[in-house]
Design a protein around this ligand. Structure first.
Ligand SMILES: Nc1nc(=O)n([C@H]2C[C@H](O)[C@@H](COP(=O)(O)O)O2)cc1CO
Ligand SMILES: [Zn+2]
Length: 159
């Protein structure tokens, strides 16, 4: 008899997105993205971080202040990193598991890459212009938006 308490696909991919987010240096929001093929193969992963070559310790992580002194000018979002990290994979018909709903800029990249479904966990900026614009574009482009339903399963990893 096979065991029955194995994690399902959604738990698996969102779990990997959550683990990937733990690599983020951002003090306020750690975001992870996991892109998966229609055959449930992982195509790419990403988390929010500074561009390659931009020393994490030399870059600002502040949310407020002069625009040039905030992280927003520089940080590369989890979804964009995942798309860019997948340069040799075809993302047509893929779905992306994200721990936070995509912004309008990542929405553009998601649509252009051919990803057809976004499964999202958090949505804390639901009412921001960025989220409204993202939803508007996703709707026009026919990208399916699926809120992740937490299963309630808790797990602990000894790392
Ligand atoms: N979907 C997203 N993916 C992301 O990777 N991010 C990143 C950009 C920043 O590094 C951080 C948001 O910072 P804060 O405004 O919550 O302090 O998360 C943000 C969003 C939200 O749209
Ligand atoms: Zn984004």
């Amino acid at each position: 008899m096979k065991r029955t308490d194995y994690i399902n696909w959604d738990e698996y991919f969102m779990g990997i997105a959550l683990l990937t987010a733990m690599r983020s240096k951002d003090p306020s929001s750690q975001v992870g993205a996991c892109i998966v093929s229609p055959e449930n193969k992982i195509l790419s992963l990403g988390y929010n971080g500074m561009p390659i070559g931009c020393d994490d310790d030399a870059m600002p992580w502040d949310r407020e202040g002069e625009p040039l002194d905030t992280k927003y000018m520089y940080v590369c979002h989890a979804e964009l990193n995942a798309i860019l990290n997948s340069a040799h994979n075809n993302l047509k018909g893929a779905r992306v598991y994200v721990t936070l709903f995509p912004c309008n800029e990542c929405a553009k990249a998601i649509i252009q890459s051919g990803i057809s479904e976004v499964v999202y966990y958090g949505d804390k900026y639901h009412d921001s212009d960025s989220s409204v614009a993202a939803r508007f574009m996703f709707k026009k482009a026919g990208v399916r938006l699926t809120p992740y339903t937490p299963s309630g399963r808790r797990t602990e990893l000894e790392l």
